[in-house]
Design a protein around this ligand. Structure first.
Ligand code: FES
Length: 104
């Protein structure tokens, strides 16, 4: 089964912000917090070389900083042009303040 990976203390990771990018085994993950709920999706946009964690979060929508494509952080679903592909979404849970993500 897919292992749970401990990304460390969630508050420390976010440092008061709502978007954060981390690199795990060379894989870029974007962490997004909406109303104290945490979501992890691929940080790399499916359209080009941009990090979603550098974008603007509006509700559950993260807007890519490069061409303004938007994804739903709850699903990784691409919501508008110029996007044609979703990004991956990862299962998360918070345990004792630590952010765990199911990632392989
Ligand atoms: Fe993200 Fe083009 S790189 S919308």
């Amino acid at each position: 089964s897919v292992p749970w990976l401990d990304l460390g203390n969630l508050d420390d990771l976010m440092d008061g912000g709502e978007c954060r990018g981390v690199v795990v085994d060379g894989h870029k993950l974007g962490i997004f917090v909406v109303d104290e709920e945490v979501f992890v999706i691929d940080d790399l946009c499916s359209h080009g070389n941009a990090l979603l964690s550098d974008g603007d979060l509006d509700g559950y929508e993260i807007e890519c900083p490069l061409h303004a494509g938007a994804f739903d952080v709850r699903s990784g679903k691409a919501l508008c042009k110029p996007l044609t592909r979703d990004v991956r979404k990862y299962e998360t849970r918070v345990e004792g303040g630590a952010l765990l993500v199911r990632f392989e």
